[in-house]
Design a protein around this ligand. Structure first.
Ligand code: GLA
Length: 393
């Protein structure tokens, strides 16, 4: 595939540093490049953007759905593996993807029966998940082509994704202007910054749906990963995965991940909530320690706090998740059943990847007691999530 260097600021900063430094050793830093990745069914050109930092960590993402197609991260010996699930071709992403690597919007997670009432008016959305609305509908933000502007700063390379969702799209009110920024830092962090504004009140809940296997994509199931969640409580669900409204303590349940616990340790216990989720597919209420996070739709002014830590003992890889969001959907890949073939022909068997979707709680438009998700004209939606990668000996 031909490599197309983007003009101007895309060139490696290393070379400009070398010039500016007048003979001093070049200061290498992150780089961004773009290559073609096919054409959508609607004839839109799709590109893959590669971000790489000087430690060799590399992220590849599409302007289609903002999909992260690969993420190369070192293990404890400095060996790199791709730690996310995905496909090799655009065609596969368009045909059947369980949201692999994508930006999710307008509303991440479920809205019961695809209905909500806002300012006295009832809105009807697609029911694309049993009786419920899931992840923005039939053509959510995971399936649109975003405008992308790459950038390079001293210690960060990144991509700014922009999409304007028209009034009435997927049944949602108002024109929503969304901006999502991916930044890869020299600290081996992948940072997601979400921003949005609207011209009419609308629910908004943006997230990212990467599936991880920290042993490496295609290296079996994720049941041995040690998960720690900074959550004393979770939101139990009914059999269609809509929260009942209860906020329940994790104490004494298979949902207690307050100390590092293998995903598989209790996943098949005879527990009603695990039966509903077919494993873990639940929203955890993150401990915020009085640092906000339950404010407006975007958690305006909320502090970034630790949400989760995942450690894969074989490789030593560790992923920490920090977020401004009040919730985290921990999904253990229960719907993967061996029918999808991913990158390099790998078969995605049951629980071969997990997702940790930072978010406001599911079905919040219908739950007055949950942190609010309605964005109004003149307000700014803001949310930040950081995935930090490291190793443990
Ligand atoms: C989310 C949902 C899951 C499932 C996946 C995609 O994580 O909570 O139930 O729908 O997306 O397959």
């Amino acid at each position: 595939m031909q490599r197309m260097k983007l003009s101007g600021w895309i060139a490696m900063l290393a070379s400009s540093a070398a010039c500016a430094g007048g003979g001093r050793a070049p200061r290498p830093t992150a780089s961004v490049r773009r290559e073609p990745f096919g054409t959508t069914d609607r004839g839109e050109a799709v590109s893959v953007y590669t971000l790489k930092n000087t430690h060799g960590m590399e992220v590849r993402a599409l302007n289609y759905g903002g999909i992260i197609v690969s993420l190369e991260v070192p293990d404890r010996h400095g060996r790199f593996d791709d730690v996310v699930l995905g496909y090799d071709s655009l065609e596969q992403y368009q045909r059947a993807s369980p949201y692999f690597g994508a930006i999710i919007g307008r509303y991440g997670n479920r809205i019961a029966r695809g209905r909500f009432t806002l300012d006295g008016r009832t809105y009807t959305l697609a029911t694309n998940n049993g009786p419920n609305h899931l992840h923005g509908g039939v053509k959510g933000f995971d399936k649109v082509v975003w405008d992308v502007a790459p950038f390079e700063r001293r210690d960060t390379g990144g991509l700014v994704f922009r999409y304007t969702s028209p009034d009435g799209e997927e049944g949602y009110p108002g024109t929503l202007r969304a901006t999502v920024t991916y930044s890869l830092t020299e600290g081996n962090e992948l940072i997601f910054d979400y921003q949005a504004s609207t011209d009419r009140a609308t629910p908004v809940n943006l997230t990212q749906h990467s599936y991880f296997n920290l042993a490496g994509d295609g290296r079996g199931d994720i049941l041995g990963h040690l998960v720690t969640l900074n959550a004393d409580r979770f939101t139990p669900v009914d059999s269609t995965l809509i929260p009942t409204g209860e906020i329940k303590s994790v104490g004494g349940t298979p949902f207690d991940f307050r100390t590092p616990t293998p995903i598989g340790a209790r996943i098949d216990q005879d527990d009603e909530q695990l039966r509903h989720g077919r494993g873990y597919d639940h929203n955890f209420v993150l401990n915020k320690g009085g640092k906000g996070g339950t404010g407006g739709a975007g958690g305006e002014g909320a502090a970034v706090t630790l949400a989760a830590r995942v450690h894969e003992p074989g490789s030593g890889r560790v992923m920490e998740i920090h977020t401004t969001e009040p919730g985290l959907q921990f999904y253990s890949g229960n719907f993967l059943d061996g029918t999808l073939r991913g990158k390099k022909g790998v078969v995605y068997r049951h629980r071969s990847g997990f997702a940790m979707e930072t978010q406001h709680f599911p079905d919040s438009p219908n739950k007055a007691d949950f942190p609010p998700v309605i964005l109004r004209p003149g307000e700014e939606y803001r949310s930040r999530t950081i995935y930090r990668f490291s190793v443990q000996p």
